[in-house]
Design a protein around this ligand. Structure first.
Ligand SMILES: Nc1nc2c(ncn2[C@@H]2O[C@H](COP(=O)(O)OP(=O)(O)OP(=O)(O)O)[C@@H](O)[C@H]2O)c(=O)[nH]1
Ligand SMILES: [Mg+2]
Length: 495
């Protein structure tokens, strides 16, 4: 090893930390992992060397899809964040863009890492087109992140969702790709192996990488051409690699790999790239890869079709589909259509819940909400029972609700149903005493004390509660409740 670099791998937000969790499972050598989230309960499930909850401002329960909250949370924990970097030379970040924590906090964390002198490489996932409005937020987050990270490697689940050679969900495939790429990179840099990557060369590639992509190929034959073919024709990559400005190329293989084969692979790949591209190269051997050869590469300086704000330049005949230009339009159109549908559904749901709340609690909506929804307190809800549950945050923080699995949820719901009368009375008293903010989420309602921002009650119809219990685990159920509180907007006053 010529010069060893101190590397940390930092996951930000739920998706970012699922890649960290996977790295923990791979027993990553040569770097420390750090999990950062505003969602403290979610951190409990992550296997990382260090964990940092930065969610004090949001009661440690995530940012409910609001990047501005994620940003504020990160800013509020500046010194803690810098401390966890421990003067690292390289900070590798993993983030799913489109939610609140990752999208908002990652650019701030990248900034702090840069200011502490580290080289920052972020591996980001953009949302699926089916995630509706999240793409716009993701693009904004990406633009902010690009200002601070030296290189941002983008992974697009939409391509994988269309054609997934690995099986599983698009996101789990991406997490495999990210964790394999990070692992190989870190190991070729920082562990004793066949051909170590030179730190200075890696730094030269990544320092001004701009946008990057991952290339991946694996083969069970020892013909170097096979693995290169796999790599360059991989369906996950839709980037113009010929004109890239640099590449980090890691070959992983069994200990039986002849060094000559590794060099053949390398020189063939070199030939594929622009002659001026900077390349850093390493070979790592792993006992589980006997008779196999795998390449993970990070190419930088790419252009991509993925996001509307990123310029599109397509040149490579090997990977590029002739409909690439069209696809971008299609994606944009799909998003527009979906956003319209979403707006409509949201309006209708809001009307519906306002009706329910008003009916159940004898409350009326004020301001424009009341006008918009006047007359909506209809008889159609009269026959439905309403299940009300008081939830306080200590319950969630203690992890009691979070530990529960499906069976326990059913038991809890049964118990809850038996207490309907009592709880309805409770919430009615609460609502009679004070002005509470009420919002709907996932077909339920929550009442929040606007001063303390504490949830004082959660309510849903029995039918919805039963349906929910069939589908989801308690941890998701409870944490979702709290996240969605951040969508406050409708205020009710007692009649
Ligand atoms: N790589 C990866 N991405 C995912 C996964 N699940 C969701 N995503 C993507 O990541 C985006 C952000 O989701 P999260 O990471 O859960 O959001 P967050 O950053 O924790 O933000 P809040 O929960 O809103 O505070 C989603 O919109 C998806 O596009 C996953 O398991 N792996
Ligand atoms: Mg989250």
């Amino acid at each position: 090893m010529s010069e060893s670099a101190k590397i940390v791998v930092v996951g930000v937000g739920g998706a970012g930390n699922s890649a960290i969790e996977r790295l923990g499972g791979l027993n990553l050598q040569g770097a420390k992992t750090i999990a950062i989230d505003c969602d403290k309960p979610a951190l409990e499930f992550i296997n990382a060397n260090k964990k940092l909850s930065i969610g004090e401002l949001v009661h440690e329960l995530g940012c409910g899809g609001f990047p501005e909250l994620g940003e504020k949370c990160a800013e509020s924990k500046r010194s803690d964040i810098i401390y966890t970097f421990d003067n690292a030379d390289i900070v590798l970040m993993t983030v799913g863009l489109g939610g609140g924590t990752g999208t908002g906090a990652a650019p701030v964390i990248a900034q702090y890492a840069r200011e502490s002198g580290a080289l920052v490489v972020a591996f980001v996932t953009i949302p699926l087109v089916t995630e509706r409005g999240r793409t716009v937020r993701a693009v904004e987050g990406l633009e902010r992140l690009r200002r601070w990270a030296n290189t941002v490697v983008i992974l697009d689940p939409n391509k994988i969702a269309r054609q997934n050679p690995f099986g599983g969900t698009a996101f789990s495939t991406i997490d495999v790709l990210i964790s394999e790429t990070i692992r190989s990179f870190v190991e070729t840099l920082n562990t004793p192996t066949l051909t170590n990557m030179d730190y200075a060369s890696a730094k030269a590639v990544l320092a001004n990488g701009g946008l990057g992509a991952i290339l991946y190929g694996s083969s069970s034959t020892r013909d170097p051409m096979d693995v290169i073919y796999e790599l360059l024709n991989h369906p996950l990559l839709d980037a113009d690699y010929e004109n890239v400005t640099g590449a980090i190329i890691c070959i992983s293989a069994g200990e039986d790999l002849p060094i000559k084969t590794a060099h053949q692979v390398m020189s063939r790949l070199r030939h594929e790239l622009d002659p001026d591209a900077k390349v850093a190269f390493g070979v790592v051997t792993r006992s589980e890869l006997v008779q196999k050869i795998q390449i993970t590469a990070i190419v930088v300086g790419i252009t991509t079709t993925v996001l509307p704000l990123v310029p599109v330049v397509k040149k490579s005949p090997v990977i590029v589909s002739s409909s690439a230009g069209k696809r971008e339009d299609e994606i944009e159109n799909e998003i527009k259509v979906e956003e319209k549908v979403e707006d409509k559904v949201e309006k209708e749901e809001k009307k519906e819940i306002v009706g329910k709340v008003a009916e159940s609690y004898g409350a009326i909506a004020k301001d424009k909400v009341s006008k918009e929804h006047e007359g909506l307190v209809s008889k159609e809800y009269a026959d439905e029972e309403v299940t009300i549950e008081s939830v306080d945050e200590s319950k969630v923080e203690n992890g009691i609700a979070i530990e529960e699995e499906n069976g326990d949820v059913l038991a809890r719901l049964e118990e809850r149903v038996s207490k309907i009368e009592e709880k309805v009375a409770d919430i009615q008293m609460l609502l009679a005493d004070q002005s509470l903010q009420v919002e709907r989420f996932m077909g339920a309602v929550v009442a929040i004390d606007p001063d303390t921002r504490k949830i004082v009650a959660v309510g849903m119809t029995q039918e919805e509660a039963n349906e929910k219990a069939k589908r989801i685990k308690a941890k998701q159920y409870i944490t979702k409740h709290v996240r969605e509180l951040l969508l406050l907007g409708v205020e009710f006053v007692p009649q």
